[in-house]
Design a protein around this ligand. Structure first.
Ligand SMILES: Cc1cc2nc3c(=O)[nH]c(=O)nc-3n(C[C@H](O)[C@H](O)[C@H](O)COP(=O)(O)OP(=O)(O)OC[C@H]3O[C@@H](n4cnc5c(N)ncnc54)[C@H](O)[C@@H]3O)c2cc1C
Length: 291
């Protein structure tokens, strides 16, 4: 299939892009890596009247650390994130998870901003940003605001961004010392979207008591799901197989699998339990011994 006719605007600055979005609203779409948008246009699932190409805007890409926060520009490609030394040092959860996303060719083009704005419930990064307590910077021609990851994803392929807003950057707080993370997923083939996936974060104190924990899931609801009760069950505990099993049981209650031709709801719920136990085991080991 070929896309329906559309007008193509090349934006050379954030201001130009935002002015075009203010003019065209829902009729205009930003073009980032094009790895979700272009296939959807070719299938005529979406038919934007106008594409606003963000690719020439270099200030939208890049990774920097300031005041204990990693700030990642929306146009930063998966490939750059995957290879970035600061990301590996400060938030290895991202580095561990990126090879699970699609294929190298897609990671060369796809961007973190395009991924999060697309809000695919099976996608890895929304769950990761949720587990890391991320904040998303939204800009319009007249205003700028910060949206917590917990409020950003409002449904399948739907975010809290207004029709005139751009996702400009993602802010991720660096985890404290003695934190460990793990990302695990099950998909039918390498590079496919996850049937179920989990991002786990644990922080221990000097006595190895769990002081903080977060568990966020992809593929198990219409948006990334945070299993709050499961995560809280770990806090104050010396982490053990029994604690992991209890958290896994609570996580299975928290997720809301939709089921599909590839996996029944029951199988997805089962996966949530298995992946939770395994991810917590790995995250705890990393909290004790590093990365
Ligand atoms: C074969 C294949 C396999 C894939 N497998 C996976 C997978 O396993 N996991 C996974 O997560 N993804 C997967 N993807 C999707 C891929 O990760 C996409 O690259 C990503 O979802 C979208 O990023 P993009 O930069 O390509 O955005 P685009 O496709 O350019 O844009 C996506 C949407 O976001 C909007 N948008 C883009 N940037 C912004 C912005 N800054 N502000 C506001 N709105 C914006 C666009 O208008 C569009 O609606 C796969 C894709 C393919 C083709």
């Amino acid at each position: 299939m070929k896309p329906a006719p559309f007008r193509y605007i090349v934006a050379h600055s954030i201001e130009e892009a935002l002015a075009a979005k203010a003019e065209h609203g829902e009729e205009g779409r930003f073009l980032a890596g094009g790895q979700s948008l272009v296939p959807a246009m070719n299938f005529r699932l979406v038919q934007p009247a106008v594409l606003i190409d963000l690719n020439p805007i270099s200030e939208l890409a890049g990774i920097e650390r300031a005041d204990g926060v990693l700030r990642i520009g929306a146009m930063t490609r998966y490939r750059a994130l995957e290879r970035d030394a600061i990301v590996w040092r400060d938030l290895p959860l991202i580095t561990h998870a990126l090879p699970e996303i699609a294929h190298p060719q897609i990671r060369n083009r796809g961007t973190i901003g395009g991924n999060l704005a697309n809000a695919d419930p099976a996608s890895e990064l929304p769950a990761i940003v949720r587990a890391l307590g991320g904040r998303l910077r939204a800009r319009s021609a007249i205003s700028e605001r910060t949206i917590k990851a917990a409020d950003f994803f409002v449904g399948a392929l739907t975010t809290a961004l207004a029709a005139d807003e751009m996702l400009s950057a993602i802010e991720l707080p660096v985890l404290p010392a003695r934190s460990g993370t793990a990302f695990l997923e099950m998909s039918r083939r390498r590079g496919d979207f996850a049937l179920a996936g989990v991002a786990a974060v644990v922080t221990l104190d000097a006595e190895e008591i769990c002081r903080n924990a977060r568990l966020a899931y992809c593929g198990l609801g219409d948006r990334p799901i945070h299993a709050t009760a499961a995560a809280q069950s770990l806090i104050g505990e010396r982490l053990s197989e029994a604690a992991f099993a209890e958290a896994a049981r609570l996580a299975q209650d928290a997720v809301d699998p939709q089921g599909s031709v590839h996996a029944s709801k029951g199988y997805q719920r089962h996966l949530a339990g298995v992946l939770t136990r395994r991810a917590l085991r790995t995250a705890t080991e990393r909290a004790r011994h590093g990365h």
